[in-house]
Design a protein around this ligand. Structure first.
Ligand code: F6R
Length: 609
C-alpha cells in the first residue's frame, strides 16, 4: 500500500526520491508526489497515476531543485485517487508538508477542531489534518510541534514531515506502521521499506512506536515523547540491490519462483544442526509446549493457506489440536484463547493490518504468540513473544511465491522442533524427517527446469479456461487453496479450491462439458480416492489436469494431462507441488496479457482493514 521515502544530504533530493518511489511501486498505489525544500520554500509536485507521470512532470526530478525532501506513493483510503488527495499535504501557512502511511482514526474530530481555529481544508484525506495540526503547534521548534501533534493523533501512522524553516533536517515518527532510517555518507534517509534505500545504504535503524527522529544532513537524532534523546542500534541489511531487481527475468514473480530453492535453503540452514532442528529464536520450553491446550494459526491470504498446511503437519507430528483462522475473522469473533493457547501468526510483510490486530487480540487474551515473518523489524515481529524469520529476501511481486514457500518450511521446522520437545515422535524418525527437509531445496532446484516448459505448455492449452476447480485431499487440499488463489489473483480467471470429497455435496453440479479441473494427487495414501474423484468429474465432462508424485505415473491413464512431481515425505509434499501450480498461474496470466507483478486492485502490504 502507501510508501514513504525521505532524503537530506549533499545530492539533489528529487531524483533520489523518485528512485525510491519507483522501488516502492510494487506495494500498490494510485498517486504519487514529492515535496522538496529550497531556500525556505517547499515545492510540492503530485499527481494521480504512475510514478512515471510524476517523473515526467518534474523532468526526472531536475525541475525541483533542493537537497532535502520527502516523497510518497498513495493507495487511496480517505478520498478518491486524485491530484489533490495525493501526498504530500501542505499546511495552510505553507510551512509544513507531510506524507503519511496509515489511517488517522480521529481525523473528523481534529478537522472540526482545526476548522474552528481557521484552518481551511482542500483535500478529502485524513492526512491533511496532520499538516495543519503540526503547523498549529509549530512555534519555531519542529520536535516540540511533532510531539504535541502526535499526542493528539489516534490510529496508525508513519509520517515524514518537512518544515520550510528547517533547511538541514526533517522529522519522522511512526506508530503501528513501519518506518526505517537509513544512514550513509551521501546523506540520511527515511523509508517505509528497505527496498527504497538499499541502492544507497545497508545501514539502517528500525524505529519503534512513538519514536520521533530528526533526520539531518550530518546525522540523525531520535527522541521519545518526553523530548529525551535515545540511543538506537544500527543494523546492517543482509541482502543487496540485486535482490530487489529483476536480474534479467521478465517479471519479479518468475524470478521469485526461481529463487525458491535458495530462499528455502537460507531458511533451513541456520536451523538444522547435526541432523536436528535447533530454533534459537524460540524461547518455548518442553514444559510450555506440554501445557498447551491448542494452537491457533491466524493469517491472511496465502499466509493463511500456509497455515492450513501447518495444521496438517503440526497435528500429525505433535498431536496438539490446531485451528486455522483468517485474521480478519479471528479478531472479531470472540475467540477462545487463554494462556494455554499458542497463537501462531504468519505474515510475509509483518504489516498486514488484520494480522497485526489478531496478534494484539491474542496477546490481550493472554496467549503466547509466535510469528513467522519475512520482514525484519516489522510491526508483527516487534509485537510477538517469539519470531522465526523466513529468510526469503525481499519479495516484490504482489503475488507471493518464495515467501509462502519459506513459511511452509518454518512450519515444518517448528513442528519437528515441537515434536522433539514433546517426544511425540521417535528421535530416529525426527532425524529422517530433518534429512528429508534438508534435501528439499535440491529437489525443487531439480524440478524447476523440467517443470517450467511443461507448465508453459499446459498454460498455452488452458489459458482461456473459465471457472475452473482445484481439488485435493488432506495436504493436497491445502496446496489446492494456494494454487487456486495464485491463478485467480494474477490471471483474473475465477477458480475454486475444493476438498475432493466435498465436491459431490453441491459443487459437482457446476462440472459440465470441457470444465477444467486441476486434481492434486500427491498424497500417495489417498491416490486411489483421488482417482475416483477424477473419474467422477470426467464422467460429467470435465477435462482433468492432474499432479501426482513420480511413483504414480499411472495417473496418465485417468487424467487428460499429468504432471509428475518428485517424491519427498508426504508431510512436505505441498512444497513440491506448489511450484508447478505457481508456474501454471504465471504462464496463464502471461498468455492473457495480465500485469503479473502488479495485478489490478491489489497491494503488496495490506495495511488497512
Ligand atoms: C497472495 C498474497 C496475499 C498475502 C496476504 C497476507 O499472493 O500475497 O494473499 O499472502 O495479503 O500478506 P502478509 O503475508 O504480508 O501478511
Amino acid at each position: 500500500m502507501c510508501g514513504i521515502v525521505g532524503f537530506v544530504g549533499r545530492a539533489q533530493a528529487a531524483p533520489i526520491l523518485l528512485d525510491g518511489l519507483r522501488r516502492l511501486e510494487y506495494r500498490g498505489y494510485d498517486s504519487a508526489g514529492i515535496a522538496v525544500e529550497q531556500a525556505g520554500e517547499i515545492r510540492i509536485v503530485k499527481t494521480k497515476g504512475r510514478i512515471q507521470c510524476l517523473a515526467d512532470l518534474t523532468g526526472e526530478g531536475q525541475k525541483v531543485p533542493g537537497t532535502l525532501g520527502i516523497g510518497h506513493t498513495r493507495w487511496a483510503t480517505h478520498g478518491e485517487p486524485s491530484d489533490v488527495n495525493a501526498h504530500p499535504h501542505r499546511s495552510m501557512s505553507g510551512k509544513i508538508a507531510v506524507v503519511h502511511n496509515g489511517i488517522i482514526e480521529n481525523y473528523v474530530e481534529l478537522r472540526e477542531y482545526l476548522q474552528k481555529k481557521g484552518y481551511v481544508f482542500v483535500s478529502d484525506t485524513d492526512t491533511e489534518v496532520v499538516a495543519h495540526l503540526i503547523d498549529y503547534y509549530y512555534k519555531g521548534d519542529l520536535l516540540k510541534a511533532m510531539i504535541k501533534a502526535v499526542n493528539r493523533l489516534e490510529g496508525s501512522y508513519a509520517l515524514g514531515v518537512v518544515c520550510a524553516d528547517c533547511p538541514d533536517q526533517f522529522a519522522a515518527v511512526r506508530k503501528a506502521s513501519p518506518l526505517i532510517v537509513g544512514l550513509s555518507e551521501e546523506g540520511n534517509f527515511i523509508a517505509s521499506d528497505v527496498t527504497a534505500l538499499i541502492s544507497h545504504t545497508k545501514r539502517v535503524m528500525y524505529l519503534e512506536d512513538d519514536e520521533i527522529v530528526l533526520v539531518g544532513r550530518e546525522g540523525v537524532r531520535v527522541y521519545n515523547m518526553n523530548e529525551e534523546e535515545i540511543e538506537k542500534e544500527i543494523s546492517e541489511v543482509t541482502w543487496n540491490i540485486d535482490a530487489a531487481e529483476k536480474g534479467g527475468y521478465e517479471h519479479f514473480m518468475l524470478k521469485e519462483i526461481m529463487e525458491q530453492p535458495t530462499a528455502i535453503r537460507e531458511t533451513i540452514r541456520p536451523r538444522l544442526k547435526e541432523g536436528r532442528v535447533v530454533l534459537d529464536d524460540v524461547c518455548l520450553t518442553a514444559e510450555d509446549l506440554k501445557g498447551l491446550r491448542r494452537i491457533i494459526i491466524t493469517a491472511c491470504g496465502s499466509a493463511y493457506h500456509a497455515g492450513v498446511v501447518g495444521k496438517y503437519v503440526l497435528e500429525e507430528l505433535t498431536r496438539i489440536p490446531v485451528e486455522v483462522d483468517l485474521a480478519s475473522e479471528f479478531r472479531y469473533r470472540n475467540p477462545i484463547v487463554d494462556d494455554k493457547t499458542l497463537v501462531l501468526i504468519i505474515s510475509q510483510s509483518g504489516e498486514t493490518a488484520d494480522t497485526l490486530a489478531a496478534l494484539k487480540e491474542a496477546r490481550r487474551r493472554g496467549a503466547r504468540t509466535l510469528s513467522i515473518v519475512n520482514v525484519v523489524g516489522s510491526a508483527i515481529a516487534k509485537e510477538s513473544d517469539d519470531v522465526i524469520y523466513t529468510w526469503a529476501g525481499p519479495e516484490i511481486a504482489v503475488a507471493t511465491t518464495k515467501a509462502y514457500s519459506t513459511q511452509l518450511i518454518v512450519l515444518y521446522l517448528f513442528a519437528l522442533y515441537a515434536a522433539g520437545l514433546l517426544g511425540t515422535r521417535e528421535e530416529a524418525e525426527l532425524r529422517r524427517l530433518a534429512a528429508e527437509l534438508e534435501s528439499l531445496p535440491d529437489k525443487i532446484e531439480a524440478l524447476l527446469p523440467a517443470c517450467k516448459p511443461e507448465m508453459q505448455r499446459l498454460a498455452a492449452i488452458h489459458y482461456g479456461a473459465e471457472n475452473l476447480f482445484f481439488i485435493g485431499r488432506n495436504l493436497d487440499y491445502a496446496a489446492a487453496l494456494e494454487g487456486s488463489l495464485k491463478l485467480k489473483e494474477i490471471s483474473y480467471i475465477h477458480s475454486e479450491a475444493y476438498a475432493a470429497g466435498e465436491l459431490k455435496h453441491g459443487t459437482i453440479s457446476l462440472i459440465d462439458q470441457g470444465r477444467l479441473v486441476i486434481a492434486l494427487c500427491c498424497q500417495n495414501a489417498l491416490f486411489d480416492k483421488m482417482r475416483s474423484n477424477i473419474r467422477e468429474v470426467k464422467a460429467r465432462g470435465a477435462v482433468v489436469m492432474a499432479l501426482a508424485s513420480e511413483s504414480h505415473p499411472d495417473i496418465r491413464e485417468t487424467a487428460d494431462q499429468a504432471v509428475l512431481v518428485p517424491e519427498t515425505d508426504p508431510l512436505f509434499m505441498a512444497s513440491m507441488e506448489v511450484v508447478p501450480l505457481q508456474l501454471f498461474a504465471y504462464y496463464v496470466a502471461s498468455a492473457n496479457g495480465c500485469d503479473i507483478d502488479k495485478p489490478r486492485n491489489l497491494a503488496k502490504s495490506v495495511t488497512v482493514e
